[in-house]
Write a protein that binds this ligand. Structure first.
Ligand code: HEC
Length: 148
């Protein structure tokens, strides 16, 4: 291969490698919102361990911050209307209700984190059951698939 056509070849390959990154396809959209949900899951599970007193509680405020920050990113991840994964089509059919629930979730977890910073971790945890509205949203909008 002459070096000029070799160069063209390399340039074309480089472009191909860039293209998928530039355009989020349906799988990317679904993967992204599932990554956010799994982040919530890990942080909520860590908090659960603390609440059951199986590990020390030194990191409570950091976990509340992480949940609040992640919750604040969640609505954006559902804005593209891409049914699939475990999301029921109702997410987009009932968008006003779904987005209200997600905004309430973000607001309440942010309040929880703020209270913990201002008044300590026990005060922050006082509303933990109401703030973590995971199950109530999932009961309506998620169709859990059996794990392989
Ligand atoms: C307002 C609604 C809503 C709230 C609040 C919510 N979720 Fe979800 N969650 C969903 C939907 C919808 C899906 C399905 C997403 C998909 O598969 O595309 C989902 C999926 C998941 C999944 C599966 C991800 C995967 O890889 O398939 C986990 C785990 C999860 N949520 C954990 C949580 C936890 C923990 C919380 C609370 C701390 C939470 N969620 C709060 C709507 C919500």
């Amino acid at each position: 291969m002459r070096s000029s056509s070799k160069l063209r070849c390399v340039a074309a390959l480089a472009l191909l490698a860039l293209l998928p990154a530039a355009h989020a396809d349906d799988k990317d959209v679904i993967d992204y919102r599932q990554h956010i949900m799994n982040t919530l899951n890990e942080q909520a599970a860590a908090l659960g361990q603390i609440l059951s007193a199986s590990v020390p509680d030194d990191n409570v405020i950091a976990h509340l911050d992480a949940i609040a920050l992640t919750a604040s990113t969640a609505l954006k991840a559902f804005m593209s209307k891409v049914p699939g994964g475990e999301a029921k089509p109702d997410v987009w059919a009932n968008w006003a209700d779904f987005s209200k629930r997600m905004n309430d979730f973000a607001r309440m977890t942010a309040e929880m984190a703020k209270t913990a910073h201002e008044h300590g971790k026990d005060a922050g945890l006082a509303n933990v059951v109401d703030a973590l509205s995971c199950k109530s949203c999932h009961d309506t909008y998620r169709k859990e698939k059996p794990k392989q």
